[in-house]
Design a binder for this molecule. Structure first.
Ligand code: ATP
Ligand code: MG
Length: 568
């Protein structure tokens, strides 16, 4: 390809809307262009690279035995009503009507569509197991689209759905996908960790996420270096470092005028945060219930765990308003479990290990001190706190660490959640009708593409791994008008083109500008044709370490063909 015939809309300035490096670089390198918030167009160089990411995903999915289909983005309301998600999915679902007033949504995920497809085609255990996948556009009306392709309202996902006769079959299908994902992310050049995950709006009973490690990631991973425990912060379970137990005292009401926050109470009573219990009242709109959640003062409430406890999902829970708290018989800033009866009380298990602590008295300007669980109040004990670095590993007891990650994929064991709701059954060997056991498996293709850039760049630009680079090599004459440089550049282009993906930069631009473009775009190998063209010697720059060597044209050819062949 000749650069003069390409669209290379590189930018010198940092676009104001971009914050993280990969987003800045994708815009500056002219790989993508924003249409509206959370919706992007892919430009030629970006699309070539995206297609390579997709090709690797496809190769490994096909190798795993999965079958590719392509289903529609437009999904009828009826299927979502059957699964019970039309009302449950919340405002992220793009809903619309056709001219006949029939309701539809744009698929944020495809459990309903695939379950419907399979229940109509598969009847016997002899046709199972099956794993079906697609690479397709998804729509989610995200509250805050951000960071380029990381959190979009329109994005490309590879989604797969497995159908098995029993739990053992599902375990095998899940394991195959888990291993396939590990191969995919390794082939894509990502440094990633696999972590335990919450099942969220998709549902089901077991899940793992694949996290590309990066400070720019929106997820927090809690992990143990001593054993293999690793979980997404939403799911992570941990033990707080152990507190010394004291002899139980009798509770006492104390005046705490205008001391609302946990920090204010701590300072006023001269007690550490771990001697205070934090009580918060949440409301779940879909299950229409309130719940009081109590955690140790030096911990945060984990809202995913709150949603699970209230049989709801994250999109539907919120803190109760001041008025609601009053109507429940308490008062904002002084909430506590003692003599509180208006809704269920959920007590984090760390609170049960505290002694002689402080809680709100459900009365303006009053708290109780020297409170103890069981002696003074009761409730439903569970895990409701956010795990954090320094907590103790639930498996081996060593201190946990934390790091940031980009969730590039997630696998779920769905079980019979959708097959029961949607009557997706088969006849077993004995002629009995049974629901199929399902799993579902997603990779955010466009998010993965950006995660690769986030992990592979330097101050000059992107450094594409060869397997996903838009082109393998670019030939850059210092001065294309120079007779010798012109001849050598064209000759090398003829030698390489069609064997490896080659660009000839025939633009009439200063060498500095041309080099800056290719360094920004991240083409892995740059050949500079300069003053030694007369001797058929050129300079090969490796974008990975920015090293340079002088080579003959034949040597360049041998080198790059070898590199590309090694990818296969
Ligand atoms: P998140 O927690 O980041 O919102 P999710 O858990 O809702 O994602 P899944 O339903 O598991 O997402 O979707 C599968 C994959 O699709 C995710 O692992 C992620 O890589 C990608 N993905 C999800 N939402 C978006 C989005 N808004 N923009 C881009 N990619 C996304
Ligand atoms: Mg997910």
């Amino acid at each position: 390809m000749k650069a003069s015939k390409m669209i290379i809309p590189t930018l010198k300035e940092v676009p104001p809307e971009a914050i993280i490096d990969s987003h800045i670089l994708m815009l500056r390198a002219g790989l993508i262009k924003k249409l509206v918030s959370g919706v992007y167009n892919f430009l030629p160089l970006g699309l070539r690279s995206l297609h390579k990411v997709e090709k690797i995903i496809k190769e490994e999915m096909d190798r795993s035995g999965a079958l590719e289909i392509l289903s529609s983005a437009m999904q009828p309301k009826e299927l979502w009503e059957e699964s019970g998600r039309w009302n449950k999915y919340g405002p992220e679902l793009f809903r619309f009507k056709d001219r006949h007033n029939h309701e539809y949504c744009l698929g944020p995920t495809h459990e309903e569509i695939f379950t419907d497809l399979i229940r109509n085609m598969i009847k016997s255990y002899k046709q199972l197991p099956l794993n079906i996948y697609q690479i397709q556009t998804k729509y989610r009306d995200e509250m805050r689209p951000r960071f380029g392709l990381m959190r979009c309202r329109e994005f490309i996902m590879k989604d797969a759905y497995s159908f098995d006769v029993d739990e053992k079959g599902l375990d095998e299908s899940y394991k195959i996908m888990y291993d396939t994902y590990s191969k995919i992310f390794t082939r894509l050049g990502l440094n990633f960790k696999t972590v335990l995950a919450d099942t969220g709006a998709i549902g089901g009973n077991a899940s793992h996420q694949f996290m590309a490690l990066s400070d720019a990631g929106e997820s927090t991973i809690i992990y143990c270096d001593d054993c293999s425990y690793a979980a997404d912060e939403e799911k992570a379970y941990s033990h707080a470092p152990i507190l010394k137990k004291e002899d139980l005292k009798d509770k006492e009401e104390v005046l705490t005028v205008n001391k609302h926050s946990i920090e204010e109470i701590s300072e006023f009573l001269n007690l550490p945060l771990y001697k205070i219990a934090k009580s918060m009242i949440y409301y779940a709109e879909d299950s229409n219930q309130y719940g009081m959640f109590i955690v140790r003062g030096d911990y945060e409430v984990n809202e995913i765990k709150v949603a699970n406890a209230l049989n709801s999902s994250e999109a539907f829970i919120r803190l109760a308003s001041d008025e609601e708290i009053l109507s429940l018989g308490s008062i904002s800033g002084f909430i506590g479990p003692i003599n509180f009866t208006k809704c269920k009380i959920f007590i984090d298990e760390e609170v049960t290990k505290m002694t002689n602590f402080v809680v709100g008295a459900n009365k303006k300007d009053y708290h109780f001190i020297n409170v103890n669980y069981e002696k003074d109040f009761n409730g439903i004990i569970g895990d409701y706190k956010k795990a954090k670095e320094g907590d103790l590993c639930p498996v081996c007891g060593k201190p946990l660490k934390s790091e940031r990650g980009i969730e590039v994929g997630q696998v779920f064991k769905l079980g019979t959640k959708y097959s029961l709701a949607m009557d997706c059954t088969f006849l077993d060997q004995q002629g009995k009708i049974l629901p199929m056991m399902m799993g579902c498996y997603g990779i955010g293709v466009t998010r993965t593409f950006q995660a690769i850039i986030e992990q592979h760049h330097d101050e000059y630009g992107i450094i594409f791994p060869l397997q996903v680079a838009p082109y393998h090599i670019v030939i850059v004459p210092v001065n294309y008008d120079d007779e010798e440089q012109h001849r050598v550049s064209n000759q090398l282009y003829e030698m390489l083109n069609c064997k490896v993906e080659t660009i000839l930069d025939d633009r009439k631009m200063k060498i500095g500008f041309k080099m800056k473009d290719w360094e920004l775009i991240g083409i892995p190998y740059i050949v500079v044709v300069g003053r030694r063209a007369l001797e058929n010697i050129v300079e090969l720059k490796n974008r990975n370490d920015n090293s340079k060597i002088e080579l003959t044209l034949d040597e360049v050819k041998e080198f790059i063909i070898d590199k590309v062949n090694n990818l296969k």
